[in-house]
Design a protein around this ligand. Structure first.
Ligand code: ZN
Ligand code: ZN
Length: 365
């Protein structure tokens, strides 16, 4: 779909011009993909403020680039960044904005020393990430598909959450189910945290076998067409203790409050606060140690980030996760996470629409 990529490049060019740079050197893989459609582990884009983009990649990706990105000038070189920087110099574009947060000191020094320079290197900031926040229809469709696969895959393996099965076995079964259902691959390393391990938000699944009376937290997502789903469910095995039901209900209420607050123009800090306040009022302030959620798209964690001290507002068509949790050290924990799209018309009264569809009721297996 070259038109989509052309439209994205036109918006990005405006940002380059606003910065007063002659061109931007785009080196982050997800941003190169967003602007050109090329999926490559070694590619960069030279984006002039006024003029056509140039894509550089090495010979392994030449055929794919010619097939998928026929609308951009192509340079085939192994060292993509110096190749594009030399081209910028040759074309008189010396003021070059670059993605400072991902450029290494060594690569930067290499660019600064090129013959014909010096290049006037200045940070681009996260201009392309900001463009990527608001998704178009095609992106939302891909994300919805990723989320549907995720929900169905977890439902398929629920019967495996029983005493004797290990965290690692469940994680592998779940990742297999996602791929069987059409995922490119898992969007990230699946988290399965059972019993006391549930107190560790990003526990790596290990040899612990499930036991009756456990809460089991499963955080998983499928990647589809490059787009990342993210969902967490906590389930119980056999029976539910009062403390388990209490924190589950609290997390579910906090998530509902966060979702209700996640409207276009809401401050991200206020959305976080809507959920966090409920947990704090119940005496668990220190047991909810991470942010409320994050954007998803071509990366599993991308702008916007929802947290107490984060700046910014939500907008229509921005996919986010809402994922409060309570973690009791040495005892266990609960997290409930959905991927949603913010936007008037997406859900009731302009609230966010959930793309992950699995029930949020506490399942006792
Ligand atoms: Zn997650
Ligand atoms: Zn997440």
């Amino acid at each position: 779909m070259p038109e989509i990529h052309q439209a994205r490049r036109a918006l990005a060019r405006q940002r380059v011009a606003e910065l007063g740079a002659d061109a931007a050197l785009i080196t982050k893989g997800a941003n190169v993909r967003y602007l050109t459609g090329l999926v490559s582990s070694n590619a960069a884009v030279l984006l002039p403020a006024d003029g056509a983009a140039v894509l550089a990649t090495d010979s392994r990706y030449e055929g794919t680039a010619k097939r998928d990105c026929g609308d951009v000038e192509l340079v085939v070189e192994r060292l993509v960044e110096p190749a594009l920087a030399r081209l910028a110099i040759a074309r008189g574009m010396l003021a070059l904005a670059f993605e400072a947060y991902e450029m290494t000191v060594e690569r930067h020094a290499g660019l600064a020393e090129l013959d014909g320079g010096p290049l006037l290197l200045r940070p681009l900031g996260q201009a392309v990430e900001e463009l990527r926040m608001v998704k178009d229809d095609a992106e939302i469709d891909l994300l919805a598909r990723a989320c549907a696969i995720t929900s169905e895959a977890l439902e398929r393996v629920l019967s495996r959450i029983r005493p004797g099965v290990t965290e690692r076995e469940l994680a592998i079964d779940l990742e297999r189910a996602m791929v069987d259902l059409g995922a490119d691959k898992p969007a990230f390393d699946t988290i399965v945290a059972s019993g006391p391990n549930g107190a560790i938000p990003h526990h790596a699944p290990g040899p612990r076998a499930f036991e009756a009376g456990d809460l089991v937290t499963v955080d998983c997502g499928a990647r589809f067409g490059g787009y990342h789903a993210d969902m967490t469910r906590t389930v119980a095995i056999g029976r539910v203790a009062t403390w388990q039901r209490d924190i589950y209900q609290l997390v579910a209420d906090a998530q509902a409050a966060g979702i209700a607050a996640a409207m276009a123009d809401a401050l991200v800090a206020d959305v976080d606060d809507a959920a966090r306040e409920l947990i704090a009022e119940a005496g668990h302030k220190e047991h909810f140690s991470h942010g409320l959620g994050h954007g998803v798209g071509l990366e599993i964690h991308e702008a916007p980030f929802l947290g107490p001290r984060k700046a910014g507002t939500l907008r229509d068509r921005v996919p986010i996760t809402i994922e409060p949790g309570i973690y009791l050290p040495g005892t266990g924990g609960v997290r409930i996470e959905d991927t949603l799209v913010v936007g008037a018309g997406q859900g009731a009264a302009g609230s966010a629409r959930s793309l992950t569809t699995m029930t949020r009721e506490l399942l006792v297996l």
